[in-house]
Design a protein around this ligand. Structure first.
Ligand SMILES: Nc1ncnc2c1ncn2[C@@H]1O[C@H](COP(=O)(O)OP(=O)(O)O)[C@@H](O)[C@H]1O
Ligand SMILES: [Mg+2]
Length: 240
């Protein structure tokens, strides 16, 4: 919560339609300052769509989105980035021909934050531990490194809220522990997060505050322990 007791992000009744299909059908979620909220749910439940709508990649069809006390509903993505929200992509998409440094620099320019740009780029690379490969061409990075680069480019726009979409997918246990530690470090620099994960195990290492979605709507909010005891949550995860 902010000093005035209001959440940093408040989403209410959010609707997104694709043709006649409601991928989001009245989603509510709020995130406090420096809070990490885990967002889980089965494939196709609307998690990525929610990230896409909050970050302005898709325009919503109903509801409200208030960030830092102001509506960002239907703002284009560059304005949302400037307000202080950025995101990572489920499938990392660095500009393959550019170096790590150049990719992060583009984001820093796009984010157009005041301050020392070189310093912002250096900090973003340091926090994800990619400083040692800053001059490498992005195409040559491992999958895990590409995910970290996605994180660094998002951080280079200096977000107050970071939306992290399935960063754990396809990584080893060791890489997962490493990334969890990194996300916790990023939170300590004053960044709130929605961390989308298909499975709850990774989320459990980051936060005890979880939202579970199903079929475009919230099914549950509470702790992971409560989620594991909730019949509806168990049913959507295990298909019983
Ligand atoms: N651009 C799109 N056009 C049409 N349908 C989409 C589009 N993006 C997502 N969907 C549909 O919306 C639903 C939710 O998808 P998504 O948000 O990707 O789920 P999740 O991230 O939870 O797996 C799915 O049924 C998916 O097929
Ligand atoms: Mg997804």
């Amino acid at each position: 919560m902010s000093p005035n007791g209001k959440p940093l992000l408040k989403v209410e009744g959010l609707v997104k339609k694709f043709g006649g299909f409601r991928a989001l059908n009245g989603v509510n979620i709020d995130v406090g300052e420096e809070q990490i909220v885990g967002l889980a749910g089965p494939n196709g439940s609307g998690k990525t769509t929610l990230i896409n709508v909050i970050s302005g990649v898709y325009r919503p069809d109903g509801g409200s989105i208030v960030f830092d006390g102001e509506s960002i509903y239907k703002l284009p993505s560059h304005k949302i980035v400037h307000r202080g929200i950025n995101r990572t992509f489920q499938v990392p998409k660095p500009l393959a021909g550019l170096t790590v440094w150049e990719n992060v620099k583009l984001a820093a320019v796009y984010g157009a934050r005041n301050g020392d740009r070189q310093q912002i780029i250096r900090e973003a690379l340091a926090v994800v531990e990619l400083d040692n490969v800053k001059n490498a061409v992005s195409a040559g990075l491992t999958f895990a490194q590409q995910k970290l680069l996605g994180l660094a480019t998002a951080l280079a726009t200096k977000p107050k809220l970071l939306l992290v979409d399935e960063i754990a997918a396809g990584l080893s246990q060791k890489e997962l522990a490493w990334i969890a530690e990194m996300l916790l470090r990023i939170r300590k620099t004053g960044v709130a997060m929605i961390v989308v994960e298909h499975h709850l195990g990774f989320v459990d290492t980051l936060t005890s505050d979880v939202v579970v979605m199903n079929a475009g709507a919230n099914l549950f909010r509470g702790s992971i322990q409560e989620a594991a005891r909730n019949d509806e949550v168990v049913e959507v995860f295990l298909g019983r």
